[in-house]
Ligand binder design. Sequence first.
Ligand SMILES: Cc1cc2nc3c(=O)[nH]c(=O)nc-3n(C[C@H](O)[C@H](O)[C@H](O)COP(=O)(O)OP(=O)(O)OC[C@H]3O[C@@H](n4cnc5c(N)ncnc54)[C@H](O)[C@@H]3O)c2cc1C
Length: 492
Amino acid sequence: MTAGPSQPGPARAAPTEPDPTDAGQADRRPLPGRVDVAILGAGPAGLAAAWWAASAGHTVAVLERSTGPGGLAASFCVAGQRVDHGSHRLHSATDPDILAALRVLLGNDLQQRPRNGRIRLAGRWIAFPLQAGDLVRRLPPSFAVAAMRDTLLAPLRRPRRDTFAEVVRAGLGPTMWFRFYGPYARKIWGVDPDTLAGEQARRRVGANSPAKLAKRVVHGARGGRATFFYPRRGFGQIAEALAGAAETAGARLCYGVEVAALALRPDGVAVTTADGRAVEAARVWSTVPVPLLARLADPAPPAAVTAAARRLTFRSLLLVYLVLDVDRWTPYDAHYLPGPETPVTRVSEPKNYRDGDDPPGRTVLCAEVPCQVGDGLWRSDDAALGRLVAAGLHACGLPAAAPGDVVVRRLAHAYPVYRSGYEGDFTALDGWASAQPRLLTFGRQGLFAHDNTHHALAMARAAADALRPGGGFDDAAWAAARRRFRTHVVED
Ligand SMILES: Cc1cc2nc3c(=O)[nH]c(=O)nc-3n(C[C@H](O)[C@H](O)[C@H](O)COP(=O)(O)OP(=O)(O)OC[C@H]3O[C@@H](n4cnc5c(N)ncnc54)[C@H](O)[C@@H]3O)c2cc1C
């Protein structure tokens, strides 16, 4: 089931994928003739891998379709303010070595900030991350009593099937399921949560039992206020710093260069771009969506693998930026909106994520509206989406958001959708990719993973670490890393 707009705008030809950068230029310089590693995609995974591989002395070229760095984690300007592709924060779960490396790159620009969000729950605003005192003060008593009863009965509940719906319902109880996770899941992924695999719950819902939820609340009650890291010029400053470091280390970053074909040979790879240029590489590391990788490959994968690739689907996302002529809309960084009153799942106010040099007297909101490429929402025009978002925020009891201007970005591959049975399809595709001697696929899109930026960076670190000085590759180290990646759980 896909959410539809309450006020569909006139259909128009929507771009199939956004250019996530400000106003970069396609790279028209000759591409390097031959490199040790060609990396497809300049999101955090591709950039970090390029930095670390080049720092170890390997020749590296990064080929990126967009005209700048960052992928989903890029920033760009709207009305003079830097904004992200939806709410992005660097979580404190980041590997300490990787965090230390980012601190060196970003210096004091990488700020540690207190989290300050709210969830719309049972018609009330509840602090998110959850706080004990706030829950006591604000949760309706009927909700609190039901949730308490669910907590006591938790040991007696078992999932009846391995679906997202059953795993969350059994873990957190029917109250949280029916009042929060159920409606939220339906909006985010656009399908009945009972048709989603249980793995989606294990990878996406960190606090998936009363004990884990209570641990987080108790941590807050003991004064351990949740914090996050955020650069003063937007989340994309992380990717920009990685890009700078990669170039300094000798990597060649080629923007505006779409990869159109990959000739996979036992001793190397020939990468062809959409404008007919070519790069020879001893190895190719792909961070583009793994179903696309299968389509680019020559020789093509077996028919069963190609069919499996077609069945792996992504949820798309509209990012609707509202420019408001007020200094701040609210003091909060993000509002999470699980209910059916609006198709918006989250609205963030980038100015509140940082202590930066944003212009006074103006703020920009970013509303996240999940959809499917080609559906009514995707094809709505910007003005209609602006009206739809403003009406939805009002319906949730938020302050008026009458925008002076509306800017929309469309992400085709925002969230992997783990439909029941997806494991077989992913295993077939991953098995084919792993059998290609000179090919590695990783990153959020490359492993069809629900992940955070720090997970993508950990994958890049593992890939670079497995590359041997003479150009060989430590398959056993990579296999061990792949097992670690399976433990990655998204932080919200
Ligand atoms: C709405 C939203 C909110 C998020 N919030 C957070 C958060 O708060 N904290 C957090 O840590 N993470 C967050 N994430 C996740 C974060 O964005 C990703 O983990 C991260 O961007 C993954 O990096 P990546 O390099 O693996 O993939 P991507 O960023 O997707 O990069 C892949 C790159 O490949 C390029 N590409 C694709 N096809 C081609 C082609 N044919 N040729 C050349 N290049 C190509 C793309 O243009 C892109 O630049 C969020 C994600 C979303 C969607």
